[in-house]
Write a protein that binds this ligand. Structure first.
Ligand code: ATP
Length: 144
């Protein structure tokens, strides 16, 4: 598998998950293109993130204009709008992004995201719940 650790990351959807992810990547020196369709949200974050744009990621032309097809890695951090999350994930796969991460709300959502081309699917609330349970029950080694 290619080592993409130094490659820029496109983060699509700047809710709590997307923002935390983008800020942490930037903090560690990774170049991030952050995209949200809410111009106010994009504006609000422009002081914290070097490259933030307001664009509707379900618009294929907008994605290509932003050069997302050149990215080696992208994260779909749209949650509540499941239709948009699936559409964006499938378009990233279609334009050939080689490493797609996507956030799912439910197990069914996760299955669909994997089917339409996500290489990694995360379910943060579920995964964190499991992780805390393991920490509480002392099964730390599973999660180090
Ligand atoms: P959180 O990470 O806060 O839990 P969430 O799972 O509730 O977020 P949403 O708030 O639905 O997810 O989406 C996260 C962000 O994605 C929002 O800021 C929203 O504006 C953005 N977003 C939704 N649809 C699109 C789209 N088509 N293109 C770009 N950004 C979008």
């Amino acid at each position: 598998m290619a080592d993409r650790r130094n490659e820029p990351v496109a983060v699509i959807g700047l809710g709590r998950f997307g923002v935390a992810l983008a800020l942490e990547l930037v903090k560690h020196g990774t170049e991030v293109l952050a995209v949200d369709n809410d111009p106010q949200e994009a504006q609000r974050l422009s002081g914290q993130l070097p490259h933030v744009v307001a664009a509707d990621a379900t618009d294929l032309e907008a994605l290509t204009q932003l050069g997302i097809n050149e990215f080696g890695r992208a994260v779909v951090a749209i949650g509540a709008d499941i239709e948009a999350s699936i559409l964006v994930t499938s378009m990233l796969a279609e334009i050939g992004v080689p490493d797609i991460w996507a956030k799912a709300q439910t197990a069914q959502h996760a299955t669909i995201l994997a089917r339409v081309g996500a290489h990694h699917v995360v379910t943060p609330e579920h995964d964190m719940g499991e992780r805390i349970a393991h920490l509480l029950s002392g099964h730390l080694l599973d999660y180090i």
